[in-house]
Design a protein around this ligand. Sequence first.
Ligand code: MV4
Length: 495
Amino acid sequence: MFKKVLVANRGEIAVRILRACEERGLATVAVYSEADRNALHVRYANEAYLIGPPPSKESYLRIDKIIDVAKKSGADAIHPGYGFLAENDEFAQACNDEGLTFIGPTPESMRLMGDKVTARRTMMAAGVPVVPGSDQGLRDDEIQAEAERIGYPLLIKASAGGGGKGMRVVRKAEELEGSLGMARREAMGAFGDDTVYMEKLIERSRHVEIQILGDMHGNVIHLGERECSIQRRHQKLIEESPSVAVNDAMRAQMGEVAVKAAKAAKYVNAGTLEFLVDQNGNFYFLEMNTRLQVEHPVTEMVTGVDIVKEMLAIASGRRLRWRQEDIRAKGWAIECRITAEDPINNFMPSGGKITTLQEPTGPGVRVESGIYEGFEISLFYDPMIAKLIVWGETRAEAILRMRRALNEYRIGGLKTSIPFHQQMMNSTQFMWGAFDTNFLQDRFAVTYTERPEMELSAAIAAAMVEHTGEQRATVIHRSSDQSGSAWKRSSGWKR
Ligand code: MV4
């Protein structure tokens, strides 16, 4: 069993992991860049070491320096958090080689899932539904025939990509060659690998993912789903659990598939399987994230499982403490990512000193934050500075709590995404759960309001609460009669 954990990360997730270590009685080590001398994670850890200048490439991405600090400080385990080195198999391998416990999956699992063509093939072999498409990287002379077989519209994806990087939509045969060339060049530039494959384009789909936990003894359980369709340019802004698009039968099915997939990959520790859910409720495996995710708290809030603490237990060789039937989700959780960006100015990054900070508290409210009053936000890193998570007995209660908590939240000195979230929590489309991954881009305009008009939405929300004795979340399908913008309420489900 390891005794001292180095957290190879910064910001809110570093603090989150340090807290879990503290609760398990583990000593902690932080690393920081010159821009983070005064950061919260540095103050929270038992010890902290400077690893380099502000740019990530010279600090948080330096495998050699981080391993040096682990040795120097006597740390015997490393938690990578998310981003930075979290999905770098060479880092995991280097930790193993140095006798340090990497708190996450094996380098082999990371490689398997990092290559999207191999991941797809592994999933197909395990009987996991994948989007119709190619089962290998494609040569230029194969593309035409493969496109005809799959049918338009389709997507060219980079095998080394993921998270939306290096994707190209092709709507007709004439665009194929040009898009292929662009996709290859983009993939080569970004990943040094121009392997591409194709999938049928699933339009107006939702992004729903399943959290899994696997131990070293072959046990795997799932913790239900997260709905992550509210995103902008592949950056998620709001996540919730459960999803209004998933009923009990579908959850059981998706969960079973996710567990089967994780077992096929001999997966150990926390991981997430991303699925696309189409308008008919069909789901398809997209990719697997081999790390702790930003949005893990919504799952923690509804299941009561402390995922980060469980990651520590798994890495020390413990068996999972739950069987699948012990996991029961209760209520509804929503997370708003608080970023230092100006939502009314195209989400332009906003740096500067936090002059005032008042964080919301009270029933059902959780704040995961990397900031404090007086801290200077630099523009070197991801703009996410905190996460606001709320829990409610029902989705309506969670939305009302989120509105209340957002109103309490005061961050002075820079622009934040809070006004965007306030507007979203007042949107009738959001309240209905009527959105897909294109919602922000196509059907939601961020507008400036001194004080958002709350009366109409408050009345709607109140009406929703009245109905929650028998809560019906609504799944909205686009009308099939081609009449344009008509959205139809087509099915509900009872919790
Ligand atoms: C897709 C898709 C539609 N059809 N694949 C984007 C991120 C990467 N994980 C895969 N992505 C998508 N793959 C097929 N065959 C639509 C997306 C997509 C998306 C997926 C999840 C969350 C947000 C998204 C936004 C745009 C496109």
